[in-house]
Ligand binder design. Structure first.
Ligand SMILES: Nc1nc2c(ncn2[C@@H]2O[C@H](COP(=O)(O)OP(=O)(O)OP(=O)(O)O)[C@@H](O)[C@H]2O)c(=O)[nH]1
Length: 383
């Protein structure tokens, strides 16, 4: 088999990173709010530009110590990748220590080349330093994957783990400890380069998938969230209720439908803006009254719902009363002064996974109708 040619691979690496830099810079420009993408574009650009600088230094027969700029580019790319990932995950940037570390290693790699007139010590140093920056990035991606799951994070975490391992393996392979001859050292380095090109492409793909994933989740949020109250809207409610019923848990979900009493009077007496204020405050009170796993929904107008995924048996009355009390218990402070607002509540416990969501909803709604007819500000349980 023909040996791999390092100079050709370096050209390929330069072209690939340049292309990825253009794609990510374009993406960052397009998605103005995505700060992380600027860091990642910077990582690819650092690799591409320093490879170009290295080729130029060689062509101009500049001092050999300047040729190590390519090694330093790899390290700079690892730094920017780590910082970009912290930005993406919403973590504090904490850039000072890794940036100082990168600067010190770059100076060290330059000095090593001046003193030894050899390239491999600089390559070993910068590769080990790159691994030292890639390991925390891989750790952050892995931690995030544990919480969020999904293919893009697993691709990124896997790619970064392999990258850190490759950086250490390459550092060992290009040191005289492992390679017996110069030809062997060059060959090991070329194999490492080839693998690195594949991993860099993998990183770019993972990054773009991560951004697409986030955009999809934001759209999903917009579609499913009510703007006035910040609660789930009717569309989100239908979807969650269907999913919960299908789950077939030992304790089937319970649904309450509630409606603000005589809300039209509030609008007519104090104006629509005060009405909106009350609706928004109702949403906030429902959120406060529920546990994180329970769901509060604005079905539309002055009608709300609550879903308890797995309520204790026999808790329907108590939970319904807690919801009613959270609204009717204290007056609302509005620009028109304190307003006493009451709600009527209909509660229905699902019969099991075979009950269609529409049937459960109709039972809760019928109970709500009974609560209204019975005089309002009360809880009625569906039979
Ligand atoms: N301010 C405000 N009002 C809304 C909104 N959506 C619906 N409404 C109003 O809510 C009122 C609902 O009135 P009705 O359906 O007659 O019910 P109600 O006055 O609460 O009477 P009962 O339900 O029988 O106790 C209507 O006047 C709607 O215009 C909204 O987003 N903001």
């Amino acid at each position: 088999m023909e040996p791999l040619h390092t100079e050709t691979l370096l050209r390929v690496f330069q072209l690939v990173t340049a292309m990825l830099a253009v794609a990510t810079v374009g993406g960052a420009w397009h998605l103005k709010a995505e700060r992380a993408l600027w860091f990642w574009a910077g990582a690819f650009a650092a690799a591409a530009l320093t490879q170009s600088a290295r080729a130029l230094a060689m062509a101009l027969e500049a001092p050999r110590s300047l040729w190590v700029v390519g090694h330093q580019g790899g390290l700079l790319a690892a730094l920017l990748l780590l910082l970009g990932l912290r930005v993406y995950l919403g973590q504090p940037l904490r850039w000072r220590l890794p940036a100082a570390f990168t600067a010190a290693v770059c100076a060290g790699s330059f000095a090593l080349t001046v003193f030894t007139d050899q390239f491999w010590p600089s390559l070993v140093l910068t590769l080990l330093a790159s691994a030292a920056l890639t390991i925390p990035a891989a750790h952050a991606a892995l931690q995030a994957w544990r919480v969020q799951r999904g293919f893009p994070l697993s691709l990124l975490a896997g790619d970064l783990i392999l990258s850190a391992m490759l950086e250490v393996a390459r550092a060992l392979a290009v040191s005289p400890l492992v390679a017996d001859t110069r030809a062997q050292l060059v060959q090991y380095n070329a194999i490492g380069l080839l693998l690195m090109i594949a991993l860099v492409i993998g990183q770019a793909l993972a990054m773009l998938l991560l951004l697409q994933d986030r955009a999809l989740r934001q759209i999903e949020q917009l579609i499913e969230v009510d703007v006035l109250t910040g609660l789930l809207n009717r569309r989100g409610f239908d979807e969650r209720l269907r999913r919960l019923l299908r789950r077939n848990s030992p304790q089937p979900p319970m649904l309450a439908v509630l409606d603000v009493d005589h809300f039209k009077n509030i609008n007519d007496t104090h104006g629509h803006a005060v009405g909106d204020m009350v609706l928004s405050a109702v949403g906030a009170r429902l959120r406060e009254a529920l546990r994180p796993q329970d769901l509060a929904v604005r079905l539309g107008g002055e009608e709300f719902a609550v879903i308890w995924p797995g309520p204790e048996s026999g808790a329907a009355r108590r939970l319904g009363e807690r919801v009613r009390e959270s609204i009717s218990g204290h007056p609302f402070h509005t620009s028109a002064g304190p307003l006493r607002v009451t709600v009527s509540v209909g509660v229905a416990q699902a019969h099991g996974p075979d009950e269609p969501p529409e049937a459960l909803f109709s039972r809760a709604d019928a109970a709500l109708y009974d609560a209204k007819r019975g005089g309002r500000d009360r809880v009625v349980l569906s039979g």
